[in-house]
Write a protein that binds this ligand. Structure first.
Ligand SMILES: [Zn+2]
Length: 415
């Protein structure tokens, strides 16, 4: 253990000896900082033990980076199989809705405050602190993710109903049963995101912070009559600033959801609203700790249906993760789709923007497909890979990641 470190720029003195002993790699080799990161949850750390989990991902998969999804959305874990393969305490876990798995200070917050776990064993221990300190001792890069729900459904339907995405009929959107996005044009929502992100950065000094937050609910197929917001009061107030009249657009789209130019204007308003939110968040992230990377998770191929235009969003981000898990289809034919998506996104953001691809390690993914996935990520000029997900992964699949890195000629620390 303790040497998942790959050669890279590193200021911590404890790492100097490791860097000095590593083989020098010319700065012109773009993969010298290739990141291999594993996503973990507070309950994994509780059940398996922080050191055991880190030992496993370092020794088996050769990670040089780890992150905690410190605010999750409701989901049965493991997501793609019935039971955990290596959790000694429970067969599965129902992740709670947008509960803070970090130690927050309520005084820091305005109207929206983080909501602690309902379980004492999660709420009373600062799992993010234990995780970050253990990972730092090993010289690992460390991150934190806010997943899809920024605020839990119960509060969004209750005390924060005025902050919710509203569909074309003025109702709270309900594309998915568990998700009630809050609107990026609501000042209280922006304030909460800034407070939560900067608290995590200042307290834990993470290297990056990831947003997988859904701000504009999905409009299925880009159709305003099928789901997505937002036509809330804050959006109507903000609309003139984006050069549109949202009341007028809403009236036209109620008559005909395909009406032009209103449909195009509404879609562009969604892209611009999400970009404006990150235009507020990014400077706050950088101010909290200079050099902190703000990473956005492209959580779906149809990300435009969620109000996200990657090219418009890019100036307000420092990195992107492409949530491709083709390996878990178990189908070799799916891997060409991975190559296509990764190639497209590299084309969208240009050669110098930091892009990380998912590689699925959970059941139905095979060691052979995982090795292929790593190879495709390297060949499509990704800057790293993210393993989805440790909690459901059989150990042979984790070991295939290390094998894939070696196949690709990347420097990997000995197991
Ligand atoms: Zn709105």
């Amino acid at each position: 253990m303790g040497s998942g470190m790959w050669l890279r720029a590193q200021s911590a003195p404890a790492s100097a000896a490791k860097i000095a002993s590593a083989t020098a790699i010319p700065a012109t080799v773009p993969w010298r900082q290739f990141e291999v990161t594993a996503a973990l949850y507070a309950w994994d750390l509780h059940d398996e033990g922080v050191e055991q989990v880190l030992d496993n991902v370092q020794s088996m998969a050769g990670v040089n980076s780890v992150y905690i999804i410190g605010q999750m959305h409701p989901e049965r874990r493991p997501e793609t199989s019935t039971t955990y393969p290596h959790n000694p305490m429970r067969p599965f876990w129902m992740a709670e809705d947008a509960r803070a798995n970090w130690n927050f200070d309520p005084k820091r917050y305005g109207r929206i405050k983080p909501r602690p776990s309902d379980f004492a064993w999660l709420a009373d221990t600062d799992w993010t602190r234990l995780f970050v300190d253990a990972a730092r001792k090993r010289g690992l890069r460390v991150g934190f993710e806010f997943s899809h729900s920024l605020v839990d459904k119960q509060r969004v339907e209750g005390e924060f109903a005025d902050l919710a995405n509203r569909n074309i009929h003025g109702e709270i959107t309900h594309v998915r049963n568990w998700l009630r996005p809050v609107c990026p044009n609501q000042p209280d929502v922006r304030e909460y995101a800034v407070n939560a992100f900067t608290e995590v950065i200042e307290k834990y000094q993470v290297d990056w912070i990831e947003s997988a937050i859904v701000l504009m609910d999905e409009s299925v197929g880009g159709d305003p009559a099928r789901g997505g917001g937002c036509f809330c009061a804050a959006c109507k107030k903000a609309a003139p600033g984006f050069g549109i009249d949202l009341e007028k657009i809403q009236a036209a789209l109620l008559k005909d959801p395909a009406s032009q130019p209103e449909l195009g204007q509404w879609q562009q308003f969604r892209f611009a609203s999400v970009a404006a939110f990150y235009n507020v968040l990014q400077p706050a992230v950088h101010k909290a700790k200079p050099g902190t990377v703000l990473r956005y998770d492209i959580h779906a191929k149809n990300i435009r249906d969620f109000g996200v235009d990657i090219v418009q969003l890019k100036p307000h981000l420092d990195a992107l993760r492409i949530q491709d898990y083709s390996e878990q289809t178990g189908q070799a034919t799916a891997m060409s789709g991975k190559r296509t998506w990764l190639t497209e996104e590299r084309g969208n953001v240009g050669p110098d923007f930091k892009l990380i691809s998912g590689v699925a390690v959970r059941p139905r993914a095979t060691p052979e497909l995982i090795r292929q996935g790593v190879k495709i990520a390297v060949e499509t000029k990704m800057n790293g890979i993210m393993l989805g997900f440790y909690d459901g992964a059989d150990f042979p699949n984790l070991r295939a990641v290390r094998a894939g890195l070696v196949d690709a000629g990347l420097p990997v620390a000995p197991a």
